[in-house]
Design a protein around this ligand. Structure first.
Ligand SMILES: N[C@@H](CCC(=O)N[C@@H](CS)C(=O)NCC(=O)O)C(=O)O
Length: 202
C-alpha cells in the first residue's frame, strides 16, 4: 500500500503524524500539487476529489480524506488509540476533531487559497472571503485557549487526532501570518508539549 501526498501540505502531515504515533511504516508518493500533478486523468480515476492525501491499497482500492485514512488505521491498529475508546471518549474526540477542522483548519485553508491565489489555475480566489475566513480562524483561537486552560489536550486527558489536526493547522497558519497571541498561554503550553513529540517531525 502507499499514500499519495505532498510533503509540505497540512492534511498529508496529519496522516504522517497519525501513522508515526502508531509506529506504522508507509510508502509515500509525492505529488506536486502546485503544478497540478493531483489533477491528471489518471489521478482523478484513483481519487475523484483530487485532494491529497489518499491511500492506495495493494488491490487498487483507494481511500481519500484524512480522517477516513486515519480511521482505517485506527481500526487495524487500535493501539495506541488516537480516536478514543468507549462511546463517550470517541464522541468527544470526534467533536473536537471536527470543531478544530471546520472552525480553524478549514478557515486557515480558505484564507490561504483566497488571499494568495496559490490555486488560481483551478479556482477563483475571492480575497474578501479569504480575509473573512482568516478572521474566523483567529477568533477560534480564543475558544481553544479557553479549552486548553482546563484540558491537557484538545479533546481531554490524552493526545488524540484532534491535537494532530490542530498542530498541523497551526503550523500551516504561519504562512498566512495567523499565530496565537502572547496572551494565549494555554495554547503555548499545549504547543510546546505536542510539537516536542517525535511524531511532530513526520
Ligand atoms: N478534506 C480533505 C482536504 C484535503 C486537502 O484540501 N488537501 C490539499 C492539500 S492540504 C490539496 O490536495 N490541495 C490540492 C488542490 O486543491 O488541488 C482531507 O481532509 O483530506
Amino acid at each position: 500500500m502507499k499514500i499519495y501526498e505532498a510533503s509540505t501540505a497540512p492534511n498529508p502531515r496529519r496522516v504522517r503524524i497519525f501513522l508515526a504515533e502508531k509506529g506504522i511504516e508507509m510508502e509515500y508518493v509525492q505529488l506536486d500539487i502546485g503544478a497540478g500533478e493531483n489533477l491528471t486523468k489518471e489521478q482523478r480515476k484513483k481519487n475523484p476529489s483530487t485532494k491529497v492525501p489518499f491511500l492506495e491499497l495493494d488491490d487498487g482500492i483507494c481511500i481519500g480524506e484524512t480522517v477516513a485514512i486515519c480511521r482505517y488505521f485506527e481500526e487495524l491498529h487500535p493501539e495506541i488509540p488516537l480516536m478514543g475508546t468507549g462511546a463517550l471518549e470517541k464522541a468527544q474526540i470526534e467533536m473536537w476533531q471536527r470543531n478544530v477542522e471546520f472552525y480553524f483548519m478549514l478557515q486557515v485553508g480558505m484564507c490561504f487559497q483566497h488571499s494568495t491565489g496559490y490555486f488560481k489555475d483551478r479556482m477563483t480566489p475571492v480575497p474578501d472571503y479569504g480575509n473573512a475566513a482568516g478572521a474566523l480562524a483567529v477568533s477560534y483561537l480564543d475558544i481553544l485557549d479557553e479549552r486548553l486552560a482546563t484540558s491537557a489536550y484538545v479533546a481531554g486527558d490524552s493526545f488524540s487526532i484532534a491535537d494532530i489536526t490542530l498542530l498541523c493547522a497551526l503550523d500551516f497558519a504561519r504562512v498566512v501570518k495567523i499565530r496565537p497571541s502572547e496572551q494565549q498561554v494555554n495554547i503555548a503550553r499545549w504547543y510546546a508539549d505536542v510539537s516536542a513529540r517525535p511524531s511532530a517531525k513526520a
